[in-house]
Structure formats: C-alpha cells, structure tokens
Ligand binder design. Structure first.
Ligand code: ES4
Ligand code: ZN
Length: 326
C-alpha cells in the first residue's frame, strides 16, 4: 500500500481544529446570499484568492470577517456538518473541535443560536457513523480576562457538552498569564485545558501555559525548540503538541515545508500530533497535512503510525476508549 492510501485509510483523531476555520468559501458565499450580506468579493474564486497571509494577524482579520455570515442556528449546523462530512471522508473517527464563542457573541449571536446548531450536527454524525466528537470552548486572547470570565459564565447551560477550554487568537502581546485567574476558575469547574502557545509567540509563553494555566496540551508549540530546558520538560511530562504544518506554512511561521520541525520534535521524544487548524483557509484538511509533510520531508510508515497513535494518546478520550484505537 502506498503511503498516500495509508494516510487516507487509517482511522485517526484530529485535536486542533477551529470550526470557524472550516467554513468553505462556497458555504460563505451561499450564506451571504441567504442573509443579503455584501462580501468584499465578487465570487467564490475571489474568496479563495484572498487567502494569502503574511502572519497570524493578517489571517485572523479575514477569518473573523468570514464568520460574519454565520447568523442563525441552521448556519452553524451547516458549518459543523460540512466539517464532520470531511472527517467521515478522511477517516477521522475522533475529533476535538474548538469554537470561539466571542466571535459570535460580539456580533449579538448568543450561545442559544450556535450551540444547538453545532450539537445537532454532532448528534447526527454520532448516530449515523458512530463518530466521536468533543468540544473545546476557546477564549479570544486579544480580548480582556473579564470578557473571558463573561464568556465562561454564559456557557453555563452548555457545560455538559464542553470537554475543554482553550486560548486562541493574536498571540504576541497577549501572554497566557493575562488569563491566570479565569483558567483557575476553568480548573475548578473540572474542564481540561489547552492553549495556543509558541506558534508566533516565544517559548516563554509555553512555560506560562504549563505553569500558570496548567494546560493538558499545547496547541502548536513549535517554538519550544528555542529552549532546550522546555523541550526536556515537554518530553518528561509527555505534554502533547498539536502541530499544524499547512498552517505554519501559510502563516509564514516557516518559509518552506522542508523547514518544518515536526520530525525533529518527534526525534526528541515529544508527543507530537498532526492537525489541520483552519483547513479551508490553509489549503487542506487533515490528510493534506500528512501529504504535505511527506512530500517535503519524506515520511515512512512507522512515522505515520506513530503520529496516528499519538493522535489518540494525546486526545481527551478515556484510557479505555484509547485502547480501542491504539
Ligand atoms: C488560529 Cl492558527 C490560529 N492561531 C491562533 N488563533 C487562531 N484562531 C483560529 N486559528
Ligand atoms: Zn489553532
């Protein structure tokens, strides 16, 4: 079997995926038409052509603008359903999906609109395919800690549908310590914790995420390589990194996929996983991320197998559920 067919056929988990970053340009276009919203694009091809980014912020500006077409419950259902259908196609049997409540509440769209839409699609995928799905509520770090507290409070009726709480958006200038108190509350409530750190921000933000927020996983974390002591800690505690190769390339964290440090991180004994981040903006869903690594760096079957095993190991499934897949 070729590596390519193995990549697509092996059952795997995805752990770093922003649902708002899985909005297909064609869905964006049809929702804009449905709601009489004028987009700054003349057609779907122009939307796709606009996805050229110079850094994280240049992407986030377009990503938040794109989310403005999501207005009613059916829109959120369609967005989630579209991604879960891709999971089915790609043999993703378990996925842990981040959503940004503040991207919607700031526009006057409340939890009672987006959560029922998300949950209806998730239930359908569970029932039709036995797919396993967890949800990660993510705070926007460019907003204040008080706003994060408010967001957590507003989520109360939905706590039983949420497995973890995370931290995303503009990293530089918004260190994890800014959210020390709200994550103390998140821990008291019993949620798992993840945080984007060491994507564009320094290795120090990874330290902060571990020691101040008490994270179970680091999203990205590729800049840990700048600090050997940190690498040693990540290795010793087997704190997973959810790495996103096409994202790193599109956001110019690296200039060429041949520079990607994924295998270097693995060789150092770190628990690394491959993920798609914002697949419709970065040029591919999960399988394409594996393909891109293979094309640039070469991947053997043992490496693929290790990465797939890591995807379950690093998940928030129970130990019993993990053994079913590993
Ligand atoms: C994100 Cl790639 C990335 N980094 C930080 N925040 C994000 N939100 C959506 N995608
Ligand atoms: Zn991300």
């Amino acid at each position: 079997m070729t590596l390519s067919s193995l990549i697509s056929s092996v059952p795997k988990a995805e752990l770093h995926l922003h649902i708002e970053g899985a909005l297909e340009p064609s869905l964006m276009w049809s929702l804009a038409a449905k709601h009489n919203i004028t987009l700054p694009y003349k057609n779907v091809a122009q939307i796709e052509a606009a996805y050229q980014f110079s850094n994280l912020q240049s992407f986030l500006d377009i990503y938040y603008a794109g989310a403005s077409v999501l207005l009613d419950e059916d829109d959120f259902f369609a967005l989630m359903w579209s991604y879960l259908c891709k999971c089915k196609e790609e043999n993703i049997v378990h996925t842990e999906i981040m959503f940004d409540p503040q991207t919607h509440t700031e526009r006057g769209i409340g939890y009672d609109i987006f959560m029922p839409g998300f949950l209806r699609a998730i239930d359908k995928a569970r029932q039709q395919w036995g797919m396993s799905v967890k949800l990660i509520l993510s705070f926007l770090r460019h907003l204040s800690e008080q706003e994060a507290f408010d967001t957590l409070e507003q989520a109360k009726p939905y706590y039983r549908y949420i497995d973890a709480v995370g931290l995303d958006s503009s990293e530089k200038g918004h260190p994890p310590v800014k959210f020390r108190r709200v994550f103390a509350q998140v821990r008291r409530l019993g949620f798992r914790i993840v945080a984007h750190a060491g994507e564009e921000g320094p290795a120090d933000y990874i330290w902060q995420a571990i020691h101040t927020l008490g994270v179970d996983r680091i999203d990205h974390g590729v800049r840990c390589l700048e600090d050997p002591e940190l690498v040693a800690l990540l290795k010793k505690r087997q704190i997973p990194l959810t790495v996103c190769p096409l994202s790193n390339l599109k956001l110019k964290v690296i200039n060429d996929m041949r520079q990607h440090s994924l295998f270097a991180l693995m060789d150092k004994g770190l628990l690394v996983t491959v993920n798609s981040d914002d697949p419709t903006y970065f040029g591919g869903y999960l399988n394409r991320n594996f393909e891109a690594l293979d094309a640039a760096l070469g991947m053997n079957k043992n490496q693929l197998q290790a990465l797939v095993i890591n995807s379950f190991k690093a998940s928030f499934l129970s130990e019993d559920e993990k053994t079913h897949w590993i």
